[in-house]
Ligand binder design. Structure first.
Ligand code: HEC
Ligand code: HEC
Ligand code: HEC
Ligand code: HEC
Length: 183
């Protein structure tokens, strides 16, 4: 017997069944991809993992805490700022005080470690962006950040120039970008 014949037979079997085999393979891959995206979506799709799984949906969407309670400097400074852990503890000394994540807040507080929140939004460093002007004009946070009150994890985005220009054109405001926005 030709020593290669089992191999040849196998090859012919594959060729005869190419379509069903390809279909099975494809559906296998689809299922695996789906399960992977469902159970472990990459950070690029849902935003970076945070040291404490803080939820805007819960705090602003369900408990209706104002954005400005935690980001009070939006109108006054170029940097809206993220809340220090003391602010979390104003409530969480009383609310679910023994929760694992609240224990972690105490740990940060007691060791005077600023909570290492991971930044989700990015703007090129040479761009001068100032919340104050925009908010005084009456723009809602949503115009640029989307509906934060529906998000558990913040996905954030890269703000590119097209995004600024589009709205500035629409609102007929300063387009002299080299003077206004670029340092
Ligand atoms: C109870 C406090 C709290 C409230 C209320 C709150 N935030 Fe936040 N916000 C945080 C914390 C903590 C972070 C950092 C962790 C994170 O990104 O989830 C953050 C992050 C953000 C960021 C992303 C910053 C970045 O670039 O990484 C934006 C934008 C933001 N908040 C907007 C809002 C808006 C708009 C509202 C109102 C709908 C709001 N926040 C209400 C505490 C709060
Ligand atoms: C104005 C009050 C208030 C402030 C300020 C506040 N929280 Fe909360 N937080 C709540 C309430 C209310 C709940 C819901 C408690 C419950 O489930 O009964 C909650 C729930 C949570 C939970 C539990 C979520 C879960 O999945 O069970 C975490 C974690 C949390 N907060 C983190 C934070 C962090 C971090 C900060 C500071 C950036 C913060 N909170 C600031 C009121 C507050
Ligand atoms: C005109 C667009 C615009 C509006 C309106 C706006 N933001 Fe922003 N926001 C931005 C941009 C752009 C950045 C990124 C800035 C940077 O990284 O320096 C940002 C960043 C932030 C950050 C992160 C700051 C940090 O230190 O990392 C917070 C928090 C935030 N915004 C909160 C708010 C809140 C709350 C409101 C509403 C009261 C609001 N923003 C309205 C454009 C906007
Ligand atoms: C949703 C609309 C909107 C978006 C998005 C937006 N802007 Fe604006 N911007 C405005 C409006 C409206 C004003 C005028 C405010 C006023 O008249 O006080 C303004 C004013 C400004 C000014 C002051 C201009 C001057 O006359 O001195 C600067 C600088 C600026 N924006 C930069 C930016 C940058 C950088 C971005 C992108 C990261 C951006 N803006 C995104 C609406 C927007």
């Amino acid at each position: 017997m030709d020593p290669l014949s089992p191999l040849l037979n196998f090859w012919q079997w594959i060729r005869r069944n190419l379509k069903p085999l390809a279909l099975t393979g494809l559906s296998g891959i689809t299922v695996i991809l789906f399960l992977w995206l469902f159970y472990a979506p990459p950070a690029a799709m849902i935003g970076p993992e945070q040291p404490i799984p803080f939820s805007h949906r819960l705090h602003s969407g369900v408990k209706l805490i104002q954005c400005r309670y935690c980001h009070p400097y939006v109108e006054r400074s170029n940097h809206p700022g993220l809340p220090p852990v003391e602010k979390c503890l104003h409530c969480h000394n009383y609310i679910i005080a023994n929760h694992w994540w609240i224990q972690k807040e105490h740990e940060y507080y007691n060791t005077r470690t600023p909570t290492p929140w991971v930044k989700a939004n990015f703007l090129a460093e040479h761009v001068l962006f100032n919340h104050q002007r925009h908010i005084r004009y009456g723009l809602e946070c949503e115009a640029c950040h989307g509906q934060m009150e529906t998000m558990d994890r913040v996905k954030g985005k890269h703000f590119y120039m097209g995004f600024c220009i589009e709205c500035h054109e629409e609102k007929k405001v300063n387009l002299g970008c080299w003077l206004a926005c670029h340092s």
